[in-house]
Design a protein around this ligand. Structure first.
Ligand code: SF4
Ligand code: SF4
Length: 367
């Protein structure tokens, strides 16, 4: 399992996380077994926007005795009815009551990531501010009960507003190839360029991203439902998300042990099994010629990590002050390019990479 460090913290998060949003119809013993098996296999990061109240107790049992090694996101605004069903609220008292109940059920006295839940509209943002929920979570952070503050959103424009507050360490965002290539559903908001710009801003400002909906609600996994008329695999979708700037972890939902076992194949899968470059056929005209960091063009005879070099370049252009430093640390840089043209011939996104390498080498020499 690969782990990525939270930029504003010491936590190392497993790149494969787990969402609890679809597990509520499973018996509590199996929910506990799913979480335990996930942890035993190196997963240490969970999203607790649960589909039902019944998830919290077995989750709490599963992490008992190893709480300090587990990180989870808790959503302020997700509440549960008496029946246990998930709902959401902007009422401060309801949110406080739910939080108290959640800590008790989980058997813990702190939360790793306290999220403002589902901030999609500008009115969500003002409701959270005016209703006191924003300040409540901020206060919990100041008291150490919430270790890091974050939010979940599907909307780039609103996400920027939250980032402007300057207090966020983490953002949960819906990312998958369909959304990023402008052929998703109502949750695939923003153009390819707007979405890429948001991810770059997060990287530049040290805000980590956890990914929801990596499979487009399962639609990408079947040729009958995929907007690309072609099925992608879970391994391809997960790798795609992990290659976006600022992404620390992907948190797909599981319903049972069977779903978990399938996900656990990801860390063992090969680069060829994760190669998602076939999505190039669906790249909108405006994005043709832009590197998506997929590394389908490797191997490079000079040993250049072409995707990574391009990522650092794009981040630096977007104002990320750390990117040049990361680039400098690379053992093989753009100036090692031999001009063989192999990458140009291999790139399905029609990137003129040979020319790009010269441009990148020049840029980093001058900056
Ligand atoms: S040049 Fe093309 S194949 Fe290579 S990393 Fe970029 S998008 Fe992928
Ligand atoms: S053109 Fe340069 S970057 Fe591309 S494969 Fe050849 S040596 Fe590597």
């Amino acid at each position: 399992m690969e782990y990525r460090k939270l930029p504003k913290g010491e936590e190392m998060l497993s790149v494969l996380g787990l969402g609890m949003g679809g597990i509520q119809n499973t018996p509590p013993e199996e929910i506990q077994a799913v979480v335990e098996r996930a942890i035993d296999n190196g997963i240490n990061f969970f999203d607790l926007c649960a589909g039902g109240k019944c998830v919290y107790e077995p989750f709490g049992k599963a992490i008992r005795g190893r709480r300090d090694k587990i990180y989870f996101q808790l959503h302020f605004g997700a509440v549960y009815k008496e029946s246990g069903e998930y709902g959401w609220s902007r009422d401060l008292d309801a949110v406080k009551k739910t939080f108290e109940w959640e800590l008790k059920s989980l058997g813990t006295d702190y939360v790793d990531f306290g999220f403002l839940h589902c901030v999609d509209e500008e009115s969500d943002f003002s409701d959270l501010k005016n209703g006191g929920i924003f300040d409540f979570v901020k206060g919990l952070k100041e008291n150490g009960i919430v270790r890091h503050m974050g939010f979940s959103s599907h909307t780039p424009k609103v996400a920027h507003k939250l980032l402007d507050e300057g207090v966020m360490d983490m953002m949960m965002f819906s990312i998958n190839p369909a959304y990023d290539l402008e052929c998703g559903d109502e949750y695939g908001i923003g153009t390819t360029a707007e979405r890429a710009q948001l991810f770059r801003r997060c990287e530049a400002e040290g805000v980590g991203i956890s990914v929801m909906k990596p499979f487009h609600g399962g639609r990408l996994l079947s040729e009958n439902t995929s907007p690309f008329k072609k099925a992608l695999t879970k391994n391809q979708c997960i790798r795609y998300c992990l290659d976006r700037p600022a992404v620390l972890a992907v948190v797909p939902g599981v319903r049972n042990l069977e779903d978990l076992n399938e996900l656990l194949k990801f860390p063992e899968s090969t680069a060829a099994q994760q190669d998602y470059s076939e999505i190039s056929e669906f790249t909108p005209e405006s994005a043709v010629g832009s590197c998506v960091y997929c590394n389908h063009c490797l191997p490079c005879p000079a040993g250049i990590d072409i995707g990574l070099v391009n990522k650092y370049y794009d981040l630096s252009l977007a104002g990320d002050k750390m990117a040049a430093g990361h680039y400098e640390k690379l053992a093989v840089k753009a100036d090692a390019c031999l001009g063989c043209g192999h990458c140009d011939r291999r790139c399905p996104f029609k990137v003129k990479q040979w020319e790009k390498m010269q441009e990148i080498a020049r840029y980093f020499k001058e900056n």
